[in-house]
Design a protein around this ligand. Structure first.
Ligand code: FAD
Length: 325
């Protein structure tokens, strides 16, 4: 059986493995857990979905909800939502899909369902080709040989691995917005009339109440995203300065005297794809001339979870067809 390496365990990697026929697949993941940008950060009793917030209910991907329901990974929530808080947009009831026990349930249950061996805490640093076979290197460690290697990570990271084998001169540079994310727990309710919404201030683009999703901690926990242009300007701000600034903005906006008793921030270098590969040149992935190395991910289709799913699905379809011919 042909040996396949998949680098990354985000949703696009999991989708690829799910849509391929049963093969000899090994995942490689630099983190200690699967999921990439779908991540739940736990701190004591608190849990924050500090990467992707939710999957749109009307994402349009045939079979995705049914599959995630079958593996018991999701639940549907309905809650008050505000499109534009600073402009006092009316509060609407909005339905969303989230992980059953935090968004991490989605990749955790998906990965478990696949049953493929996974080498965690291993950052692949280069790919080598010897006698028509490929090897993955993580520092001094070497894995392989593999017949095929699929890189399921943000564009720039896969380019670093593949540029020896792929001519990037005709491939557009796919850019991502960086986003600062702040996780806060307040000792009192803020009294917000919504559970999630956009544009609280000119700096804060989105915020979401975590009690609404997780329902098991006493303090009020929020995840806050700064705007992409603000993040670019303050990319190197000290975490504690950022956290104090955001707390003061939140208290002012809600006219609250609540104290933040927990603060943590994370800078996502790659959060949202600005313009996808498909939008640039109608392609769905990048491949080497010998058809053995591939790069794909949400950035091939768009900025969201459903685009990661679609990217893996499209590449699996192409690969299955190519191998049959
Ligand atoms: C703050 C934030 C908020 C978001 N909000 C939403 C939202 O509300 N709704 C929505 O639909 N989408 C949202 N998204 C986008 C969504 O998270 C992504 O579209 C999706 O998770 C991307 O999946 P992926 O598999 O393509 O990439 P990733 O999830 O980035 O997976 C890449 C994987 O590769 C691994 N990796 C990278 N380099 C290496 C290496 N050298 N060796 C080994 N492993 C490596 C990484 O650790 C990671 O696990 C958000 C993203 C962020 C950051």
């Amino acid at each position: 059986m042909k040996k396949i390496a998949v680098v990354g365990t985000g949703l696009s990697a999991l989708s690829l493995a799910h849509h391929l026929p049963s093969l000899d697949i090994t995942f490689f993941e630099k983190s200690w857990r699967p999921g990439g940008r779908i991540s739940t950060r736990k701190h004591g009793e608190y849990a924050f979905d500090h990467g992707a917030h939710y999957l749109k209910i009307d994402h349009g991907m045939i079979g995705l909800n049914e599959f995630l329901e079958k593996i018991d990974a999701i639940k549907i929530l309905k809650g008050p939502f505000c499109r534009n808080i600073s402009q006092n947009s009316p509060i609407e009831e909005k339905e969303i899909i989230v992980g059953k026990e935090g968004n991490e349930s989605i990749p955790l249950k998906f990965h478990k369902h696949l049953h493929y061996p996974t080498i965690f805490s291993t950052k692949i640093t280069s790919i080598e080709n010897t006698n028509q076979e490929y090897y993955l290197k993580a520092g001094e460690e070497k894995f392989g040989p593999f017949d095929y290697v699929f890189c399921a990570m943000p564009f720039e990271q896969s380019k670093n691995l593949l540029s020896k084998f792929v001519d990037y001169s005709d491939i557009p540079n796919i850019e991502f917005d960086a986003i600062w994310t702040i996780m806060l727990a307040f000792n009192k309710r803020l009294g917000a009339p919504f559970q999630f919404g956009y544009h609280l201030t000119p700096e804060i683009s989105f915020l979401m109440n975590q009690n609404f999703k997780h329902e098991y901690f006493n303090e009020e926990c929020w995840v806050i995203n700064m705007r992409a242009d603000w993040t670019k300007q303050y990319y190197n701000i000290e975490n504690y300065v950022l956290e104090d600034y955001v707390v003061s903005q939140i208290k002012k906006s809600f006219q609250s005297d609540a104290d933040a008793i927990f603060k943590k921030s994370h800078r996502w270098k790659y959060s949202y794809t600005k313009k996808s590969l498909n939008d640039y040149n109608s392609k769905n992935f990048i491949k080497s001339i010998d058809n053995r190395l591939y790069a794909f991910g949400d950035w091939c289709e768009g900025p969201s979870i459903q685009d990661a799913w679609l990217s893996g699905k499209k590449l699996a379809k192409y690969f299955s067809k190519m191998r049959l011919n």
